[in-house]
Design a protein around this ligand. Sequence first.
Ligand code: HEM
Length: 445
Amino acid sequence: MSRRRDKAGCARSRLDPTPHARNAGSQRCFSGSSSSTGGEARVANAHPDLMRLTFWEKPQEERDRAFARLRDEPRPAFFPTDDGRGFYALTRHADVVAASRDPGTFSSEPISTSLDDPPESVRRYAGSMISLDAPRHTRLRRIVARSFTPRMADKMSEDIASTARQIVSEVAVLGQGEFDFIEHVATPMTMRVVCRILGIPESRYGDVRAASELILAAGDPDHDDREAFLLSKYVELHELTRELVLKRLHEPADDLITQLCTANVDDECLTQEEVGKFFTLLIVAGTETTRNALAHAIWLLTTRPEQRAYLFSDMENRVSLMSNEVVRYSTPINWMRRNVTREVECFGGAFQPGDRVVMFYNSANRDGAVFDRPDEFIAGRTHNPHVGFGALGPHYCLGVHLAIQQMNTLLKELFTRFPDFHSTAGAVRQRSSFVNGYEILPCSV
Ligand code: HEM
């Protein structure tokens, strides 16, 4: 089938009228991790079920082959689910880009970060901007984007550099033995940076860290009372935000929370509830993602000595390209959901209002129609229009510069002090379809 697109990004080819099987479900999911309830045989699909943990536990090469087959299909494959709704998988770069940039047709409401709709009880806490459309999203983005200005970025870069120095000094104290990169480097780095930006006092870092593990905990299939647990974590973060907002209203400071809760030039500011939701989003979106990107960088540079040598021969000028390539190659967030708002023929398929589509960034980032040698990690890759931070639609990652800056700064600091820094055997990956990351990454200097 031709993959030429019209202006709206929709394929011009004729549609196949064959309806997809829609009712043979096997699985539900919250924030990407599986809690499957049915058997494989009930899935009326030639492809492995992309929302099952058993699929995401397979070796990378096997998953990549499955996505390569899906990209070659004439239309997005349909995957049934227990609730009878199923979802379509967008796996090609062009399709992910087109859907991301057409929010009128591919909406982020009621949620973009989970295949299930959020439970009623957590809805009032969980409705952050990432799961809103215009005009509510536009207003929130306009207000918060003002705080992510070049001036703020300058201030952040000092914070990031001092945090990286502090963490690397702590690594020096750990000595020659093996230690966990996630526990001792990546988590403290990303957590301290986000907390400093938000103005959260150091005494509360522990609470924030515990609550921020909510995405994973929510998806843990072994968790007895997922919804109640999730709710308690949201309440904790919102309570902390409330305390901080009240304090800053009386004692303004040069931090993000003061900017967000006090009126700015256009008399616009966030309500306390909006600040709470935004904080929760920043803590979750800004820590786990960058933490995993850092871990992927260490693993990739350990297992590919030639790419490490290339980076080391001009670290200052090459580190930024390398960090972006880490995000493309590893894709720390595998997917986002969109919700079809109108009858539309697109991408070689036909969609109805209420259909769910899942945009697989990991697959788009391996699309040979866009990337040269897509399955290779090439530290100096120059043409790299990856979608690891989204596809330049209205929800494109707000923290992209912050993430790349943190990666560049920490990796430079670490490798300058410890040129032999490497990961060792025994890495444990996170059990999730949504997040591509590590629980544990043993390493040594
Ligand atoms: C390597 C690290 C990161 C990755 C891979 C990543 C990835 C993403 C992705 C895929 C999206 C959704 C894009 C879309 O739907 O079009 C997103 C949105 C977002 N990210 Fe990031 N992110 C990272 C770091 C950060 C950091 C450090 C922050 C801030 C502290 C941040 C804040 C946000 C916010 C607020 C949104 C929602 C924007 C909106 O809805 O308008 N992210 N990110």
